[in-house]
Design a protein around this ligand. Structure first.
Ligand code: FAD
Ligand code: NAI
Length: 463
């Protein structure tokens, strides 16, 4: 340790970095964490998962109250929107959680080195006027919004996800570029609060990467909620004009251009790894053709002593994936065996209803071999029906020969919570029979998972 300031230096304090730092400290390693933001928690806590979920929750309450859902149960009244107060609730959630990480750093004796970190060698990082030398360095610098060429994000009229979380007024017409997770979640927030929302998506369906049937069902449900789509369409320009933005679109395959008048535009076409200004050259590292840092199974980069995790490495850009990698990399550095099963990482879209999946899609599973699929509609689930939440289904995809569950996909109001059971079952190598013979409490949405598993092997009871 003689020459080193730290056993472990983590660059970036997002869900990957802060978790890695805390776990390394818990394992007895002297740990520092470099973070340039004013607060800890990275994209997720400051401008991602947490503030978006705060607004999703609040806007859902507003829609239920103001748009008649409560009324179905005999609860009525005058409901008004105080957007300033809603934003205050969002800021409060973010403030509480980011302060919580600061507390955990202090509790675990992780030193927060404030500032931008830049490699000056394989084991040295410059932060302001401080040179820090560490035996192990973990790159956890996360990702940033992908810019659309020719379009300037001014965070007033043309915003990215960060700007869309802070709009001071409800847009009259929000054009969302990109029908992925951010477009649908933040599009939902503003639609519920009164905006007209048009989603322009390059591909011919929303939510690429998800199970086809789920994508189609989601499309149908969101359309019913009032979303407008321009699928198979690309945006070729956007001109801010006084009170709005003129967005020029044309068919993705070519054809006549058209202009949509929007009050605001949200650019949500993906995110890319943060490596700019990191001095990777000085460390002897290179990025791949997608700008990411390549790693091996143990999160080692090509340079001994340098590790990488989270959004900056290949794989889904998800907070829970980054967190699990944070724990695993710290354990590997400490000489333990840190493992993340990348085949079983759930993904959730926090719309209403929620959309969730884990493992293979039906299309991927079928490409690998023969499968059996069981599906159960929420309309036939007693609790969902009672709650007047009939949209969606649960689908279980199993290997036709071994019955082992290969993937689970679902749309329903509690899908984000229910998917944990599917992930755990798959982690334990469950068959559809194991799930079908597991007693599920009644009446719960989770019974739909059991009945979908029953459907793999024959008939469920309630359809
Ligand atoms: P980040 O969270 O991006 O953190 C990296 C940190 O490193 C940043 O704080 C950055 O300031 C810092 N940094 C970068 N370079 C340097 C440097 N050179 N020196 C010092 N500091 C540096 N995922 C989910 O799983 N669920 C969700 O509900 C969800 N919602 C999202 C909503 C939105 C609007 C967005 C944008 C993202 C959402 N995500 C969600 C994705 C999630 O935020 C990311 O996958 C996650 O934050 C990645 O964690 P990370 O630690 O790899 O990087
Ligand atoms: P995304 O990859 O989910 O979706 C981007 C969409 O934009 C795709 O459908 C793509 O086809 C489309 N697109 C790309 N270029 C286009 C163009 N020029 N014109 C029109 N459409 C175009 O990316 P998104 O929504 O920006 O989210 C970024 C990341 O953040 C995702 O990887 C996601 O994992 C993460 N995230 C996760 C959340 C969650 O877990 N609930 C919530 C929000 C973000």
């Amino acid at each position: 340790m003689a020459d080193y300031d730290f056993d472990v230096l983590v660059i970036g304090a997002g869900p990957g970095g802060y978790v890695a730092a805390i776990r390394a400290a818990q394992l007895g390693l002297k740990t520092g964490c470099v973070e340039s933001r004013e607060t800890l928690g990275g994209t997720c806590l400051n401008v991602g998962c947490i503030p978006s979920k705060a607004l999703l929750h609040a806007s859902e309450l507003f829609e239920e109250a103001a748009h008649g859902h409560f009324d179905q149960w005999g609860i009525s009244g005058q409901f008004t929107l105080d957007l300033t107060k809603m934003h205050a609730g969002r800021k409060d959630a973010v403030g509480g959680l980011t302060k919580g990480i600061e507390f955990l750093f202090k509790k675990n004796k992780v030193e927060w080195i404030k500032g931008q970190g830049t490699f000056t060698g394989k084991d040295t990082v410059q932060v302001g006027d401080r040179t820090v030398k560490a035996k192990n360095i973990v790159i956890a610098t996360g990702s940033s919004v992908t810019q659309l060429p020719g379009m300037t994000i001014d965070q007033q009229r043309i915003v990215d996800s960060t700007g869309a979380l802070e709009l001071p007024e409800v847009p009259s017409h929000l054009v969302v570029i990109g029908g992925g997770v951010i477009g649908l979640e933040l599009g939902s927030v503003w639609r519920r609060l009164g905006a007209k929302v048009t989603v322009v998506e390059f591909l011919d369906q929303i939510l690429p990467g998800m199970d086809e049937e789920v994508r189609k069902e989601a499309n149908k449900i969101f359309k019913k909620q009032g979303f407008e789509y321009r699928l198979g369409t690309k945006v070729t320009g956007a001109q801010v004009n006084g009170g709005g933005v003129a967005v020029t679109i044309e068919p993705a395959k070519g054809g006549a251009a058209e202009t949509i008048e929007a009050s605001h535009v949200l650019v949500a076409i993906g995110r890319r790894a943060n490596t700019e200004g990191l001095g990777l050259d000085a460390a002897g590292l290179q990025v791949n053709n997608r700008g990411q840092i390549e790693i091996d199974h143990d999160f080692r980069t090509a340079v001994p002593g340098i590790w990488a995790i989270g959004d900056v490495v290949p794989g889904p850009m998800l907070a829970h994936k980054a967190e699990d990698e944070g724990i695993a990399v710290a354990e590997n550095i400490a000489g333990l065996t840190g493992i993340v099963n990348h085949a079983i990482i759930p993904s959730v879209v926090y719309t209403t209803p929620e959309i969730a999946g884990v493992g293979l899609t039906e299309e991927q599973a079928k490409a690998n071999g023969e499968v059996k699929v069981g599906k159960f509609p929420m309309l036939a689930n007693s609790r969902a029906k009672t709650n007047k939440e009939p949209d969606g289904f649960v689908k279980v995809i199993a290997d036709a020969r071994t019955d082992r569950v290969l993937g689970v996909w679902m749309i329903n109001t509690l899908a984000g919570t229910m998917i944990a059971q599917a992930a755990q079952a798959m982690e334990f190598g469950a068959t559809s029979e194991d799930i079908a013979y597991t007693c599920h409490a009644h009446p719960t949405h989770a019974e739909a998972f059991k009945e979908a598993a029953m459907a793999v092997r024959g008939k469920p009871i309630h359809v």
